[in-house]
Each structure stands twice: as C-alpha cells, then as structure tokens.
Design a protein around this ligand. Structure first.
Ligand code: BES
Ligand code: MN
Ligand code: ZN
Length: 452
C-alpha cells in the first residue's frame, strides 16, 4: 500500500505550493532555498517538484506545485517519480489529492517485476483514510482484472473473482453456467459464449438490507472479443482482453459500495463470456430469442456486447430497482465520439443523468451524456425478427447500441456507460493500462443520494 497510516522511520516532508502563490512564497524563503529553487527551475507547475535544503545545505524536504485545477495532478505522479521511501505532508492536502497518490502508485506487477517500489505517503491524521483506501482498493481491483490477459482471466476465473468478492462481504452469489443458461432463458449470453472452451456464465451477486433502495449494477464481461465469425482485424483484436472492462468496473464499484457499507440493496450482474470462433459459433443471420422475449436477428457477431448485456438487463429490470447502471466496453463509435478518456453516458432519466454528471465533476471522473435519440431506432429494424443486434448504417453507433439496450430496461431509471476501460497514456493518478471509468463519479452520486 502506498498510502500508510503509521510509520516509525525517517520521512521526507512535502509541501504543496499553489502555482499562483509561488512568487510570494518564494520571496518569503531564505536565500539558500531561493537559490535551490532557481537552480531546479521550479515554477510550481502542477506535479512539478523540487528539493529544499536543511541548515547544512543538504537536500531535506520537497515542494510540489499545483495549479488548483485537477486534484490528481498535484501528487498523482510522485509515487513513481520520487526516490523510494516514506514521505509526509507539511501543510494540508485534499482527499482527492491524496487519492491521486494512491492511484498513481499502481503497477501491474503480475508478470514482470517492477523496476522500483512506489514511494509511500504517510497520511495526515485528519483525513478520511479509510474512505481513500476503499477507493484505491476498488480501482486497483478493476485495473488488475482488466490487465490480466484472457488466457488467465477467462469466464470461469472472472466468476471466481466475483465469488471471492461476494464472500469477503458475506454477499449471496449465484452463477448460471453453460447449458443452464438455456434452461433459464439466457439465450443471448449462451449464444455469444458457446463457441469458447470455457463456458459462458451469468454471475448474480446480492448484498445488503433488502429494505434498502435497490441499486443494480450490470457489467459486460467479454473476457476476449475476437469478433466471432465476423472476425476483427488484428489491430482491432489486439486490445480485446479489456472487453470485460465493464465487469471489472462493476466489481470495483460493488467492492467500494460494500466496503463503505452504503445503505442500499445491491445487485450485481455480470455476463462472463468469450466471443470465440469454432464450429458451433453463432452466425450472422441467426435469430435468438432473448430472455425478455424480444427476438434478435444477428447482423454482426462482433456486436456481441449488447447481446450479453440485454439478457442481464432484462433480468435486473424484473425486480424494479430504484436505479440500474450498466458499464460496457460496447462500441468503437463511443471512442470516436468522446475519445479514450471520457465515459460516454446514456440515460433515460434527466435527474439521474445530471446527478451523475455532478458527481463526475466533483471527483474529476469525466462522463459526457449522449442522446438516446429515438428516431434512430429505424436502424435497428429487422425484416424477420423484432430487432437486429447491430445497425444497418454506420452512423451514431454508440447511440444505436444504447437504443438496443434500452429495449430491455422497461423504462426504469437506467444509465448506460460506454467506456474505454483503458488508459492509452499515463497521466497523474492514471497509469497506462486498465482503468475504472465512471466508477468514482457514480459512487459519489450514490453516496449523496442514499448515503447515511
Ligand atoms: N468490444 C467492442 C467495442 C470496442 C472496440 C470497445 C474498441 C472499445 C474499443 C464491441 O464488441 C464491438 O466489437 N463493437 C463493434 C460494433 C459493430 C460491429 C456494430 C464496433 O464498435 O465496431
Ligand atoms: Mn465485438
Ligand atoms: Zn466487445
């Protein structure tokens, strides 16, 4: 853990200096410190750090700049930039700044020994240490799951991870596997996953007091997306171990909700499958009867995410939760629309959408709402079934995917996140690789709305 609560040994003090206050701060420093600052060309830019000397002229403490904008930019790069060791704050830091340190210390070390350990920060006594630790641990879980390659994190392993999480919070968990999916009517989950060696499955976790408001989280758990018979080109397939990023996000969020003991009745549904190719793979032109009874003509086997999600959403809707939230790495189109660093958000409820947008703003976990534009439904019409799985035209692909999902949620308050689940570059607090997106935003919203 890079954020610690106790430490007996030596530590180096760090002080955050506001970029705007830099000049006046500098003028108040002794001459020797001013010389050190100038020699290091320190200007208190966000994340920029410099050493200050002690009375003997030896390096002693640190200053780091912050421009007052995004909280993570203050401390988020330090854990892997400062020399290994223990640091403590001189002066104050916000919870978000401290979280930036905790998240910036992440390294995926499962298959390669890291070159160094992250620097440790001794948390000040007056901060919400447990809350910060819960958030760090939740995001770490999501990142680890996304970063694990598909040969390790297959559907059964994803289910094991979910069971382990459920067990650690005394939650109930049920997993429906393989042909049992057909018996229960989850035909789309089965169709997408049946060609893989490791059987498809639906994971169902319940936690909390049944009297509390029901919150349902639904995650796309495509452990690898080859595209199916509509096979992806190599370039598109290369990153598809992350296609269970939605599942990783909901498991991370569930861990956070349970660790914080939020007064909600939580349900988590994850469709865990591999979209593989073999003789029994589902085909373009196949027509599948969904759990909800809507028939779907398969136009494209690479539009598998909405298929595994639609049965899970229909199941979630049956118990009429107060809010349903799904996370899916659903379309390349959402990435074209908002890029890799913003979660595209769709909602059928304006109050819910603006509440989450406010949460996103508060914790710098950006989301941007796109429209569930009804007139585009014509692109999902099928001549032989109730709907096709993928639109006939190459326009508004994230919207038509969301419109497909909307058919399964019965007008209940619902939010759909179409996410990247991966940082394509390192930023403070956000190392390159698997990433939770929209999780802290929703957690903030849920805490404001339901929190005790
Ligand atoms: N998992 C992909 C979407 C994806 C691609 C997410 C790249 C993030 C980055 C999804 O299953 C998919 O293949 N979608 C297709 C849908 C199309 C066939 C209608 C897409 O977006 O191209
Ligand atoms: Mn696909
Ligand atoms: Zn996919």
């Amino acid at each position: 853990m890079s954020l610690i609560n106790e430490h007996d040994g030596p530590r180096t003090a760090i002080q955050i200096i506001g970029t705007a206050e830099f000049e006046s701060w500098l003028n108040a420093q002794p001459a020797q410190s001013r010389a050190w600052i100038e020699r290091q060309q320190f200007e208190a830019k966000s994340g920029q750090f410099a050493w200050l000397p002690d009375d003997q002229g030896a390096p002693d403490s640190l200053v780091v700049g912050w421009d007052g904008e995004e909280a993570f930019t203050a401390l988020g790069s330090l854990p892997l930039q400062l020399p290994e060791g223990t640091y403590e704050l001189a002066g104050t830091a916000s919870d978000q700044q401290l979280l930036g340190w905790g998240l910036g210390a992440y390294q995926f070390d499962r298959f390669k020994t890291p070159e160094r350990q992250p620097a440790q920060l001794l948390l000040p006594a007056n901060v919400a240490a447990e809350e910060i630790a819960n958030q760090v641990n939740a995001i770490r879980l999501a990142r680890d799951l996304i970063n694990l390659p598909a040969d390790e994190l297959n559907p059964s392993r994803l289910a094991e991870e979910a069971i382990q999480l459920a067990d650690s919070f005394d939650a109930d968990v049920a997993v429906t596997v393989g042909d049992d999916l057909l018996a229960a009517g989850f035909n789309t989950i089965h169709a997408v996953g049946r060609a893989a060696d490791d059987a498809p499955r639906l994971i169902d976790i319940r936690w909390g007091n049944p009297e509390h408001p029901k919150v349902s989280l639904i995650g796309k758990g495509v452990c690898f997306d080859s595209g199916g018979l509509d096979i992806k080109p190599a370039s598109g397939m290369r990153t598809m171990k992350k296609d269970m990023g939605g599942a990783a996000n909901v498991l991370g969020l569930a861990q956070l909700i349970m660790a914080s003991n939020l007064p909600v009745r939580l349900r988590v549904l994850v469709s865990a499958v591999e979209n593989a190719i073999s003789g029994n793979a589902y085909r373009p032109g196949d027509i599948i009867q969904t759990y909800k009874g809507i028939s779907v003509e398969i136009d494209n086997t690479d539009a598998e995410g909405r298929l595994v999600m639609c049965d899970a959403l229909a199941l979630a809707a049956e118990e009429k939760p107060a809010v349903m939230l799904d996370y899916s790495t659903l379309t390349g189109s959402a990435r074209s629309a908002v890029g890799a660093e913003i979660a595209a958000m769709f909602a059928n409820d304006d109050e819910l959408a603006s509440g989450i947008a406010a949460g996103a703003e508060a914790v710098a976990d950006p989301v941007w709402r796109l429209p569930l534009h009804g007139p585009y439904r014509y692109m999902l019409e099928s001549k032989v079934a109730d709907t096709v799985n993928s639109a006939s035209l190459p326009y508004g692909g994230a919207i038509t995917a969301a419109l497909f999902l909307e058919k399964f949620v019965d007008d209940l308050p619902w939010v759909h996140f179409d996410i990247m689940a991966f940082n394509i570059r390192s930023r403070p607090g956000r190392p390159e690789g698997g990433e939770a997106m929209g999780v802290r935003a929703v957690y903030h919203y849920l805490k404001e709305r339901f929190g005790g």
